[in-house]
Design a protein around this ligand. Sequence first.
Ligand code: HEC
Length: 135
Amino acid sequence: MLFQLKSIKPVLLSATLLLISAPSVFADDKPYTVTNGNELDASSYAGFKLYRNFCARCHGTYGQGMVGPNLAESLKVISKDEFFNTVEHGKTGTIGSMPAWSSNAKVMKGREDIYNYLKARADGAIGEVKPKKAN
Ligand code: HEC
């Protein structure tokens, strides 16, 4: 009896922890808000502007791909860590070569915003349309 009680405790503890952490998991699942089809929250709108300045010439105006791969598709597959790593260190692969962004403070600081915009594209929450900033 004593043994059974002991072994059930960690299970209860981890179940509780799971419940507590659940909301933040959801928050990470959808790091953007899109209203009226093209109105973005401040972070993902800032991400779009950085994306347009630094990434669009290779990855297409809305991430649809050009010299570089379609990032709306990539973000369905790669993790946030992989995204951050690739942006920081660049990538040379079968498609071509992307420079590292580690020395670009704007991009490095805004990586999360760029990720949020591209995640909205990957989820189909916003299409290949020009975003606006939501009021
Ligand atoms: C000079 C062209 C160029 C620019 C500018 C550029 N990229 Fe890339 N990017 C590439 C190429 C080419 C690849 C594919 C490398 C390979 O795997 O062959 C790539 C790959 C990637 C990948 C990996 C995709 C995957 O499926 O693994 C990510 C993420 C990415 N780029 C994000 C960005 C972001 C964010 C920016 C802007 C800050 C950016 N890129 C700017 C050319 C570019």
